[in-house]
Design a protein around this ligand. Structure first.
Ligand code: GLA
Length: 742
C-alpha cells in the first residue's frame, strides 16, 4: 500500500481505489503531487511538478528564476520563504524569528497504525488492514524533528494524517501554528461543502463555489461547536450524490479548529485542517514532544454518497471502540422534554412502567437529579443524588428500574459548575477564569479547568463513586456552554496558549479513565444537542445527541447534513411530544417515528400522555426498530433527496449483502394533484428481484429497475383522499421496505 521510488524520492500511498503521492524536492522540503482516483503504482510521476518562470516572484536560490515555493505545490508548507499562502506550520525560536525549514531525513513504513497518546484516532485491529508511512523531517537550525504520519487503509478509501514535533535542541520553541494536514490540489474548480448552523439548527449543508482567496470554517469556542463542524468537502460542479469526484476532510478533534481552502493566483487550491491557530501557542521545551490531532482525508469517485460511505465505515468500525461498537443499541426513553427538572421518584417509576409496556429497554434520567438542582442556577458539580426527589438515591432508583426489566442511564455535565454548589464553595479556584477579570456565564454555569489534572480527578472520583455503586449502564455526557475568558491559574504566562487544547485533552482523559474502569458503559455525548458532535467524541462515545431540536421536520435537515460524515449508529434521534417543544409544530407520530428510526432510536416524551392508538403505534415502532436495528446502525446509508432543495427528503439504508433496504420518504408540505414520482434507489443487487412494500403499495421489481427507473412512490394526495389515511396532510412520512425475494 506504500511504494517508494527511491531514485525520484516519490512516495505513493495507494489501494485499489485511491492514490496519494508526494515527493522530496531538491530543497529537501516535501512537494505534493496527487490525491484522487488510483494511479498505477509503477508509474513515475515527477513530471506532474509544474514549474515555470513567473515574473515578480521571489526565488529561493540566487541565480535561479524558477524555484519559488509560491509556485510549488507543497505537502506541509512552512512560513516565511517565498510562499505567501497560509502555512501549515509556524514555529518561533528564542530569537523571535518565525522561519522554519524542514528537510527530509528518512522514512519508515510499518504495517498497521500506532495510536496517538492522549488523543482520539482511527485504529486497526489487524496490521494487514493498513500501512503507515512516517517521514522524518528536520529543521537543523532549530534542532526540531517533525514526523509526518500517513496511514492508508486497504479496504477503506481514507488516509489518516497527523504530525509530531520533538524538540531535540536546548532552545525553547513556540509552536504558533501546527495544522494536522495540508494538501495543495492542482486546480480549484471545486465547490466546497461545509456543515454549519446554530444551536438547534446544526450541520445544515452549505455549498459555495471556491473563488480566489480563503473559504474557511472554524471554532474558537473551546468545543467544535454548533456553528461549524470540523469538516470540509470538495466536489466538482457536476458531482452528484452518486457520481463524480468528492473529497472529504474531517478532523478527529473536539476543540477549536480551522478548516480552510485557499485558492491562489494560479488556481492552486490549498486545503488545511487542524487546531485553530488563533489563540493557540504551544511551548516546546528541550526534549518535549507535541502531537497534532488526526485528520482523515477521503476520496470517492462515486459522489458524495460514496464519500460518506467511506467515512461511515471508518468511523463506525475503526474510530468508535469498545463493547458497544458493534452491538445493537438499546431503545431508550429520556425524561428531559417530559419533566425538565420537576420530578420525584414516583413520577419516574410511572414514566418507566409505561416505557416497559412499550418494549423500551433503557430509561435515561436527565438533568435535575443531583445536588440542589431544581433549575439551571444551582447544583452542577455536586454529583450526588438529591434525596428530596430520590429518597433511595440513584442506587435505589436504578435497582427499581432494573427490577422492571430495563437498564438505567444517567445524565452528567462533568465539565461544568454552578457557583451555587458545594463543589464550587470547596474549590472556587477550579473554574476557568482570567485573574482580575469578570467571568462570563452561560446558562448560569461556569467551565471547570480541565487542563488541570486535579480538577479532572475531583470529577472522576464523584462519577466513579456513583457508577460503581449504582446500576448505571449508560451516561449522557452533556456540555452546555462554550469556554470564555480562557486562562488557567495552574500554568505560567507563556503556556496560556495551550489551555484550550489542554482542556480538551482533559476531557478525553476523563472519558478514557471512565471507559477503562467501566468498559461496558455506553456513553452518549451531547453539548446542548449537537455542539460537540465530532469525530473526536466518537472515539469515546459511540453515539451522540444530534440536536436539541427534536422536531421531525427540522431533523430532516439536521440528520441529512450530519450523515455527510457520521454514521447512523452514532446519531441519537428521539420521538418527542407534539406540539414540539422547540418549534411548536404538530407532526404525525408516524413521521416522528420514521425520522428517528434512522438513528440511535428512542423517545423523549411521557408515554402516559399518549392515547391508546398512539401507544399501539409506539409499540409497532419499537418492534420495527428492534428487528431492523442491526441494518439501521451498520448498513450502508444513501442520501436520495435533499430537504435543502425541495419539499421532500428521502434516504435509504441497505444491508451490506443487499438483501434488504429501508427507504424513508418525507414530504414537508402537503400538495394537491402533484406529479407522479419515482425515486431511484442505490446499493441494490441489479439482478435480484425485490418486493417493495409500504402502507399502500406492494409490488415486485428487479434491482436494476429500482435503481434506474426508480421506486414508485405511494401518493394518494390527489386532494380527494377517499379514506382517512391522513395522506393529505403536511409532514407526511412513508417508510418503504424493499426485500429481496430471489
Ligand atoms: C442540554 C441537552 C438536553 C438536556 C438539557 C438538560 O440542553 O442537550 O438534551 O439534557 O441540557 O439541562
Amino acid at each position: 500500500m506504500v511504494i517508494v521510488n527511491e531514485r525520484e524520492k516519490v512516495f505513493h500511498l495507494y489501494n485499489e481505489r485511491i492514490s496519494y503521492l508526494f515527493y522530496v524536492m531538491e530543497s529537501g522540503q516535501l512537494g505534493h503531487l496527487y490525491f484522487g482516483k488510483a494511479l498505477n503504482p509503477k508509474g513515475s510521476y515527477l513530471h506532474m511538478v509544474e514549474k515555470a518562470h513567473r515574473p515578480m516572484s521571489t526565488y529561493i536560490n540566487e541565480g535561479d528564476l524558477y524555484t519559488s515555493y509560491e509556485h510549488l505545490r507543497q505537502e506541509y508548507p512552512c512560513y516565511g520563504t517565498s510562499d505567501y499562502r497560509y502555512p501549515a506550520l509556524e514555529v518561533q525560536g528564542g530569537d523571535g524569528s518565525r522561519l522554519c525549514k524542514l528537510e527530509y531525513q528518512e522514512y519508515e513504513i510499518t504495517k498497521g497504525k500506532k495510536p496517538i497518546p492522549g488523543l482520539p484516532a482511527v485504529y486497526v485491529e489487524d496490521d494487514r488492514e493498513a500501512s503507515t508511512l512516517e517521514i522524518l523531517m528536520r529543521d537543523t537550525w532549530r534542532n526540531l524533528d517533525v514526523i509526518f504520519s500517513y496511514t492508508i487503509f486497504k479496504e477503506i478509501d481514507a488516509i489518516a494524517r497527523s504530525v509530531r514535533f520533538v524538540n531535540c535542541g536546548q532552545e525553547v520553541l513556540m509552536i504558533n501554528r501546527a495544522m494536522s494536514m495540508s494538501v495543495d490540489m492542482p486546480d480549484a474548480d471545486y465547490e466546497s461543502i461545509q456543515l454549519s448552523g446554530s444551536w438547534s439548527r446544526e450541520r445544515h449543508v452549505k455549498v459555495r463555489s471556491l473563488e480566489p482567496g480563503i473559504t474557511a470554517v472554524s471554532s474558537l469556542r473551546g468545543n467544535s461547536s454548533h456553528q461549524h463542524n470540523p469538516f470540509l468537502a470538495l466536489k466538482r460542479k457536476d458531482t452528484t450524490e452518486c457520481s463524480g469526484d468528492a473529497y472529504g476532510f474531517s478532523l478527529v478533534y473536539s476543540g477549536n479548529f480551522l478548516a480552510q481552502a485557499e485558492v491562489d493566483n494560479y488556481n492552486v487550491l490549498r486545503v488545511m485542517l487542524g487546531i485553530n491557530p488563533f489563540g493557540f501557542q504551544w511551548k516546546l521545551g528541550p526534549g518535549e514532544e507535541f502531537a497534532t490531532p488526526e485528520a482523515v482525508m477521503v476520496y470517492s469517485k462515486d459522489g458524495l454518497n460514496g464519500m460518506s460511505l467511506q467515512f461511515h465505515r471508518l468511523y463506525r468500525s475503526r474510530l468508535a471502540r469498545g463493547y458497544w461498537r458493534d452491538r445493537e443499541r438499546p431503545v431508550l426513553i429520556n425524561n428531559w422534554e417530559a419533566t425538565q427538572f420537576n420530578y420525584v421518584e414516583a413520577d419516574l417509576l410511572r414514566f418507566a412502567g409505561k416505557a416497559k409496556e412499550c418494549g423500551i429497554e433503557l430509561v435515561v434520567l436527565d438533568d435535575g437529579w443531583f445536588g440542589a438542582r431544581n433549575n439551571d442556577k444551582s447544583g452542577l458539580g455536586d454529583w450526588k443524588a438529591n434525596r428530596e426527589k430520590l429518597p433511595d438515591g440513584i442506587e435505589g432508583l436504578s435497582e427499581k428500574i432494573e427490577a422492571l426489566g430495563m437498564k438505567f442511564g444517567l445524565w452528567f455535565e462533568p465539565e461544568m459548575v454552578n457557583k451555587d454548589s458545594d463543589f464550587f464553595r470547596n474549590h472556587p479556584d477550579y473554574m476557568i477564569q482570567t485573574p482580575g477579570r469578570s467571568a462570563s456565564h452561560g446558562r448560569n454555569q461556569f467551565v471547570l479547568d480541565f487542563s488541570r489534572k486535579e480538577v479532572v480527578d475531583a470529577v472522576y472520583e464523584q462519577m466513579y463513586d456513583l457508577l460503581s455503586n449504582a446500576k448505571i449502564s449508560y451516561i449522557k455526557w452533556d456540555m452546555n456552554r462554550s469556554v470564555s475568558e480562557c486562562y488557567s491559574s495552574a500554568y505560567p504566562a507563556d503556556r496560556q496558549g495551550e489551555i484550550f487544547h489542554r482542556y480538551i485533552l482533559g476531557v478525553y482523559d476523563l472519558h478514557e479513565r471512565l471507559l477503562q474502569a467501566f468498559p461496558r458503559l455506553l456513553i452518549e455525548s451531547c453539548a446542548s444537542g449537537g455542539g460537540r458532535f465530532d469525530a473526536g467524541m466518537l472515539y469515546y462515545a459511540p453515539q451522540g445527541w444530534v440536536s436539541d431540536d427534536s422536531d421531525a421536520i427540522e431533523r430532516l435537515k439536521i440528520q441529512y447534513g450530519t450523515s455527510f460524515v457520521y454514521p447512523l449508529s452514532c446519531m441519537g434521534a428521539h420521538v418527542s411530544a407534539c406540539p414540539n417543544e422547540q418549534v411548536g409544530r404538530n407532526t404525525p407520530i408516524e413521521t416522528r417515528g420514521n425520522v428517528a428510526l434512522t438513528g440511535a432510536f428512542g423517545y423523549e416524551l411521557d408515554l402516559n400522555q399518549l392515547n391508546c392508538k398512539e401507544i399501539e403505534i409506539v409499540k409497532r415502532q419499537v418492534e420495527f426498530y428492534k428487528s431492523h436495528r442491526n441494518m439501521i446502525a451498520f448498513g450502508d446509508f444513501y442520501r436520495l433527496q435533499s430537504p435543502f432543495e425541495g419539499n421532500f427528503a428521502a434516504w435509504e439504508i441497505v444491508r451490506p449483502d443487499a438483501d434488504m433496504a429501508i427507504v424513508t420518504v418525507t414530504r414537508v408540505l402537503s400538495e394537491i394533484n402533484g406529479p407522479y414520482r419515482r425515486l431511484p434507489l442505490c446499493g441494490l443487487s441489479k439482478s435480484r428481484k425485490y418486493h417493495v412494500k409500504s402502507k399502500y403499495l406492494s409490488y415486485d421489481a428487479y434491482g436494476d429497475e429500482l435503481m434506474q427507473y426508480g421506486m414508485m412512490l405511494e401518493d394518494r394526495s390527489s386532494g380527494q383522499a377517499m379514506d382517512d389515511s391522513g395522506c393529505c396532510q403536511d409532514f407526511l412520512s412513508v417508510l418503504y421496505e424493499v426485500t429481496a425475494i430471489e
